[in-house]
Design a protein around this ligand. Structure first.
Ligand SMILES: NC(=O)c1ccc[n+]([C@@H]2O[C@H](COP(=O)([O-])OP(=O)(O)OC[C@H]3O[C@@H](n4cnc5c(N)ncnc54)[C@H](OP(=O)(O)O)[C@@H]3O)[C@@H](O)[C@H]2O)c1
Length: 335
């Protein structure tokens, strides 16, 4: 049996290009006791892959999670025909030996989706949703009447963060990079204020939309954008540092410097906390069950940008850095 995989041909220099990737074929072993053979149905491409790529050697497989169908199984824990979430990398067929303990970061049999598309398990009803749910509720502690700012607010994480903010009774201010995204956030997701960070003055926008200041900031982009939000924080403001996509393609040999206003942080007694979602792996199902139920109750609107074809994973990945996606970008393995 032959599996296809996509490797990083050579280390990325700045934003990845199609020439940096290569599709290779690899023979698979016959499965042994305790193992399964899976076929990918949905792949996730995510900004973190650019960060992780720095530690890859030329020719190594790209990392990534997928929803896959179990074609053969030699373990009773994972029945044939079931769907699993696996951290198998950019490959279509996989032979894998599940560990005795469930590790939600790497592998689990999909929970009951109650009729929702299985691809949601790579997005709002999976790791992405938990990032938004735990990052916001645990680190920003949003309360009714708080003002919440979200960056990359029409993306996979940001769109869920803003909607949870509305569920919690916050005034939500979303920043994103196109008018189409702004329309979706304002008209479908119910955000209170939306701005295109590429065309406005961030400081002026915040003074306009949050004249009393910002209580919670969920940061997906970092950089100078974050500097401006930090300057507009309220006393005891809470900031969740989730991601810094504005710097992922920067030259790693040079320090990535952004202005910092320490006086303001101290004077305002701001709490700034970075996180990785696996911090809440012991509460994984609590998060995705709540998220699934909110989707079913119509409290969370989900949009996916679907790219068809395993071979198109590189272009889907690259498009994240151009802002082409609305909501979660996913790749359907075959048409
Ligand atoms: N801490 C964790 O455990 C964790 C887990 C998952 C994700 N994350 C982080 O969360 C962030 C969002 O991830 P996601 O999966 O939801 O991706 P996403 O928001 O769906 O896609 C990335 C978006 O970022 C925006 N963007 C791209 N380059 C930018 C730049 N230079 N400056 C500002 N915005 C830029 C684009 O939207 P615009 O059109 O708005 O520019 C793009 O659509 C990322 O930083 C990611 O690394 C962290």
């Amino acid at each position: 049996m032959i599996s296809r995989k996509i490797v990083m041909k050579k280390q990325f220099n700045g934003t990845p290009t199609l020439e940096d990737f290569e599709i290779l074929e690899e023979p698979l072993n016959v499965i042994q006791d305790g193992e399964i053979l899976t076929q990918a149905e949905w792949h996730s491409v995510d900004p973190y892959m650019r960060m992780v790529s720095v530690g890859l050697k030329d020719g190594e497989i790209m990392p990534g999670r997928q929803i896959a169908r179990v074609l053969q199984s030699k373990t009773t824990a994972v029945p044939e025909g079931s769907l699993v979430m696996g951290n198998f990398g950019w490959r279509d067929l996989t032979v894998y030996k599940p560990e005795a303990d469930v590790n939600y970061d790497n592998f689990y049999v999909l929970q009951e989706m109650k009729g929702l598309p299985e691809s949601f398990a790579l997005g709002a009803v999976g790791r992405i949703g938990n990032t938004a749910f735990f990052g916001l509720t645990e680190l920003c502690s949003p309360k009714e009447g708080d003002t919440l700012v979200v960056s990359a607010a029409a993306g996979a994480v940001g769109s869920v963060v803003g909607q949870i903010g509305k569920i919690k009774g916050c005034k939500v201010i979303g920043f994103a990079g196109s008018d189409e995204k702004l329309n979706w956030m304002k008209n479908d997701l119910g955000f209170d204020h939306v701005f295109n960070y590429k065309t406005i003055n961030i400081d002026e926008a915040l003074k306009l939309a949050a004249p009393q200041g910002v209580d919670c900031y969920f940061d997906n982009v970092g950089g100078e954008f974050t500097y401006h939000v930090m300057n507009n924080m309220n006393l005891y403001g809470r900031i969740a540092l989730c991601g810094a996509i504005s710097s992922y393609n920067s030259d790693k040999s040079k320090p990535y410097t952004i202005p910092v206003n320490y006086h303001n942080w101290i004077y305002k007694q701001i709490k700034i906390e970075a996180f990785v979602v696996t911090r809440w792996k012991s509460r994984w199902l609590e998060g995705i069950t709540q998220l699934r139920d909110w989707v079913l109750e119509g409290k969370l609107q989900i949009k996916e940008t679907v790219v068809v074809g395993f071979e198109n994973m590189p272009s889907a990945f690259i498009s994240l850095f151009k802002g082409d996606n609305i909501g979660k970008i996913i790749v359907k393995s075959s048409p």
